[in-house]
Design a protein around this ligand. Structure first.
Ligand code: AMP
Ligand code: MG
Length: 396
């Protein structure tokens, strides 16, 4: 979903009524609303903690029967701590941030970064190579030319501003030195932006922390990037975690009944966009064009069996590539990516304003298959009657 880290100025949002209904369904059926999770019922002695981290909302669900000897509240605390550590290192602001230190340094000055930041940057560069540059963690200068605040605007950056930003974007100009974990920019004015990948990494780190403490059943989400392990033991009887993709243009969700024990990330344009010339432009930038993406791909959900960081990067990358380039990319990478069980669900916005659903997955011969269908959004009837509710920070 389009809730980036601080670079996007992502903000805390109230939970809409549809989400609340889904959370009620979640309690009944072990259902998880994957995008903008919101309030969720933890059951009698489990814990659901809602916090703000990475400039967006996050949720930690520890069911009563987590598998750990530690109390659910303590486990939630540890998971939260893990997320905050990642935020402190990869946020564009703050004295402890590697990203801030690098972004403030002059060109060709080496900046040593922490092992977590190094891991995320190396993974981001891997996606940059895999996608032929569609995924680019140096997108910052292009992104900061626009405001993705849902407003309608006549403003557009000048040709010289666009050209200057293009000049300062390019992961090939992000230099690295493996020994010593040092990074530097080849040009002044470059900016590292890990907004498309760090949330997924934060989710992974929180889940790993839980696992290291004996947890077998849990769910962690930051800004719509989700990873679940085990089963939801709060459901009666215990049920696999399941999910849904938020309708980016209206009410309801697409049910994803089989995402238990997996990572899932969604990129889209439901919240972070502006309107110019009657067209919607989203906060995901095509680095090759040097411009924000317009209509076309309304959302992409990527499912990975274990890595939320990979799901996060893939969802953003597929948004940039779109259906046709994305198909070629996935087919080329099929053996490498799909053998791990990756799946992609794309919602395309047509000229008539309607949405189409495209699924990419591997068949049992290892061949990539693409299927197109009308998205069947589930709109719970009582959703319209549910009251508005704010996310509660630090609530257990
Ligand atoms: P996500 O919601 O995970 O798709 O992340 C979107 C955020 O990633 C944006 O708000 C930017 O901070 C950053 N971003 C935008 N375009 C790109 C791109 N082409 N490659 C990598 N990161 C990007
Ligand atoms: Mg992403």
């Amino acid at each position: 979903m389009p809730s980036p880290m601080r670079p996007g100025g992502g903000m805390r949002r109230g939970i809409n009524s549809a989400t609340i209904l889904l959370t009620l369904l979640a309690a009944a059926f072990g259902y998880l609303f994957a995008s903008r999770l919101g309030a969720f019922l933890a059951g009698r002695s489990g814990v659901t903690r809602h916090i703000t981290v990475m400039n967006t909302s996050a949720t930690i669900i520890i069911p009563a029967d987590s598998g750990s000897s530690l109390a659910p509240a303590r486990l939630a605390e540890l998971a939260e701590q893990a997320m905050r550590e990642i935020d402190a290192l990869m946020s564009p602001v703050g004295e402890t941030s590697d990203v801030k230190r690098l972004n403030s340094a002059q060109a060709e000055t080496w900046v040593q970064v922490s092992p977590p930041t190094w891991t995320v940057v190396m993974e981001a560069l891997r996606w940059h190579r895999l996608t032929g540059g569609a995924f680019d963690p140096t997108i910052g200068p292009m992104k900061s030319l626009f405001r993705f605040d849902q407003s309608e605007t006549d403003d557009w950056p000048s040709a010289s501003a666009l050209a200057s930003a293009r000049d300062r974007v390019g992961a090939d100009k992000l230099l690295f030195e493996r020994e010593g974990m040092r990074l530097s920019f080849a040009k002044d004015g470059m900016k590292l932006d890990l907004g498309a990948i760090a949330k997924g990494y934060g989710v992974d780190r929180a889940v790993e922390t839980l696992q290291a403490n004996g947890v077998r059943n849990a769910l962690v989400e930051i800004g719509g990037e989700v990873r679940s392990i085990g089963v939801n033991t709060n459901a009666k009887p215990p049920a696999s975690w399941a999910g849904g993709i938020e309708n980016p243009r209206g009410a309801g969700h697409l049910a994803l009944p089989d995402i238990g024990d997996k990572a899932l990330a969604t990129s889209g344009d439901a919240n972070q966009y502006f309107i110019h010339g009657g067209k919607r432009f989203k906060h995901i930038i095509d680095p090759r064009a040097g411009l924000p993406l317009g209509e076309g791909v309304a959302s992409v959900t990527a499912i990975h069996p274990t890595s939320c960081m990979a799901a996060d990067a893939l969802a953003t990358a597929m948004t940039v590539l779109g259906r046709d380039e994305g198909r070629v990319f996935l087919a080329d990478q099929a053996l490498g990516l799909f053998k791990d069980g990756i799946r992609v669900v794309m919602l395309l916005s047509g000229a008539d304003g309607g949405l189409r659903r495209v699924d990419f997955a591997l068949d049992n011969q290892g061949v990539m298959i693409e299927t197109e269908s009308e998205p069947a959004f589930v709109v719970p009837k009582a959703a319209e009657e549910a009251p508005q509710e704010e996310v509660r920070q630090g609530a257990d």
